[in-house]
Design a protein around this ligand. Structure first.
Ligand code: SAM
Ligand code: SF4
Length: 317
């Protein structure tokens, strides 16, 4: 379905939980989220009804996210159900990877085609610091498992943070040299839970191009990243620049939170509750949300705070 500006909305980011085994400093408060009542969260059945409703409006791609989707007990049946929904052509997953090794093959068999794995540093102490509790070797084991499981594509997402990992741009990009994976650098978005960062933490995607002048542009893909390649590398390097060069004009996404609220834009407070509506009612509410998709997420800068009104783990980043 097209929104009022003619943007074709074909991509649903489906958050299956707000909970996470990590506490990344830019995403989640240290104490975690206030655990909502189980009864307030979307059930497996409701999630799949919502996906059917979305598919009836022209959604073709679903990315399962969270919180950390791998902490969700019913993740495999959810993935199977989404993949089997008529009209859904692609099921992808975003994960921190730490729980992936025993699950990767089953997720592939359940119909997940692509995996994005979040990894901001290759140094164990820094990984423990940024995630507040994670172990780097667990994430690296997850990455290996993803590569072994035969997904169509594996991407590593690294949030660029000044004073933290800008000295690792080259090392992270070098992951693309020998392995068939893309590394994407994402500009830090000023979410509420990340307000402690201050402007110095923001690094523009330009920094990657300055540090890696040998990068050569690649043809545009279907996603929001600008793509490049290191000479002779198997994979590509991507830049995702929601702050310095936002991609609102080409935005094709809507998001569904784990408590059943449709967000037409990540950075606006508007939310459309869909719980209890049934498939036809959900589709009507989703259509209203798509029509209400704002032209642009407004000012998002190192000195501002997103108007999202929730932390990233609650929205499904
Ligand atoms: N737990 C999974 C993970 O970490 O990949 C999925 C959910 S997480 C919210 C999805 C993505 O959002 C991750 O790649 C994470 O790095 C990114 N993210 C979270 N907070 C962010 C922020 N303030 N700015 C930019 N990216 C952010
Ligand atoms: Fe958890 Fe992902 Fe947020 Fe990190 S970025 S706290 S892994 S939801």
């Amino acid at each position: 379905m097209k929104d009022r500006l003619g943007r074709d909305v074909t991509y649903l980011r489906l958050s299956v939980t707000e909970l996470c085994n990590l506490r990344c400093r830019y995403c989640m408060p240290e104490a975690g989220v206030c655990r909502k009542r189980h009864a307030d969260m979307m059930t497996q059945e409701e999630l799949l009804t919502a996906v059917r409703a979305a598919a009836s409006l022209g959604i073709r791609k679903v990315r399962i996210t969270g919180g950390e989707p791998l902490v969700k007990r019913s993740l495999l049946p959810i993935c199977r159900g989404v993949a089997a929904t008529p009209g859904i052509e692609e099921v992808c997953l975003t994960t921190n990877g730490t729980l992936l090794p025993p699950l990767a093959a089953e997720l592939r068999a359940a119909g997940v085609r692509r995996v994005n794995l979040s990894l901001d540093t290759l140094e164990a102490e820094k990984y423990a610091w940024i995630t507040r509790r994670g172990v780097l070797s667990d994430a690296l084991a997850g990455l290996e498992a993803a590569l072994r499981a035969g997904f169509d594509q594996v991407k590593v997402n690294a949030v660029l943070i000044g004073g933290f990992n800008e000295n690792e741009i080259e090392n992270l990009a070098n992951l693309t040299k020998d392995a068939p994976l893309d590394v994407r650098f994402i500009e830090l978005m000023p979410m509420e839970s990340g307000t402690l960062w201050g402007p110095a933490a923001f690094c523009s995607g330009d920094l990657v191009l300055e540090r890696l002048p040998q990068l050569r542009p690649e043809p545009a893909g279907s996603g929001v990243a600008r793509l490049y390649r290191l000479p002779g590398a198997r994979g590509r390097v991507g830049l995702i620049r929601p702050v310095s060069s936002h991609f609102c004009a080409a935005c094709s996404r809507i998001r569904l939170t784990a408590d059943g609220r449709l967000k037409p834009c990540l950075h606006t407070p508007a939310e459309y509750p869909i719980r209890g509506l049934g498939e036809a009612g959900m589709a009507r509410r989703m259509a209203a949300a798509i029509l209400d998709k704002p032209p642009c997420h407004g000012v998002l800068s190192a000195g501002s705070v997103s108007a999202a009104g929730r932390s990233m783990n609650e929205i499904g980043g």
